[in-house]
Write a protein that binds this ligand. Sequence first.
Ligand code: MUC
Ligand code: MG
Length: 367
Amino acid sequence: MKITRVEAIPFAIPYRKPLRFASGEVHTAEHVLVRVHTDDGVVGVAEAPPRPFTYGETQAGIVAVLETVFAPQVVGLSLLERETVHARLSRTVGNPAAKSALDMAIWDALGQSLDVSVTELLGGYTDRMKVSHMLGFDEPAAMVAEAERIRDSYGVTTFKVKVGRRPISLDTAVVRALRERFGSEVDLYVDGNRGWTAAESARAMREMADLDLLFAEELCPADDVLGRRWLVSRLDVPFIADESAVTAADVTREILGGSATAISIKTARTGFTRSQRTHHLAEGLGLEVVMGNQIDGQLGSLCTVAFGSAFELTSRRPGELSNFLDMTDDLLAEPLCIADGELAIRPGAGLGAELDPGKLRHYRQDR
Ligand code: MUC
Ligand code: MG
């Protein structure tokens, strides 16, 4: 079970349509496939989605830090030494997606070596999650039509609506149109990706007070410390810290400081080892948790559902597991399938992720 090699393979797969939100937009999935090889011939996999506008990482930077810094730190360790891996990677600041993909590929290899699923290794609570779909910026009619398509095709009835535009009526009109079209058939929440000020956020939430929102997420920046506390203290729905609370220490600071009352866990930025820590902290603090999506491909979404299914708290709310539906293709040999509003983990050992070698050859950018 010794790690012998780490590969970092850049690949690019176009989106069917771009996803737009307050902090950026994504047209092509320019991700990095991480493969961890062991002396027994096992290969663990995971993917790293760079989000420069949120965490500062780039595709080239992820490849470089994996090849030159992280791979030499983990080669020679056993798959069971996950805390040693964590301690060594933690010597380098930042680089959340690079660290996470390496961590998750190690867990995948461990599961395969022990012949158990990653979900069982982590906690084994259930084998599936309900799905929440993210609606990117567009006109109200187009966003309602997209929600209809996703509901009719996949049975999804929870939608996270991207907000944070100016004037705020651009977004409040969308949420109103969704509620008018679907009534109580759907659950809705909003994510501002820090696009509004605290005062704009408060005004928008007032305008949407009759729309029965589940949550509000990152409506304004956490760095506007007093404004954000003021906003959160006035809201009557949980306020989710997403990009402002990556580490367990961030979560502690945001929650104890009154800048959030719930959290998003994204395996793309905390892997499985650090997501476990955040989950245990959230449970201890009594927080609502949503499994979020860093605009992952199918491999990343498989990681999210594998972790989310492992615990009662993380599987309680619908997870954001459907961004891959906007991509034109993927690397998995058998595509993920959302049905009746749910996504199941893969049967079998590790993550159960089999890659299509032809697709990898076609989409990889390093040869
Ligand atoms: C989200 O929840 O904010 C947008 C950027 C990113 O990193 O994640 C997405 C979705
Ligand atoms: Mg968010």
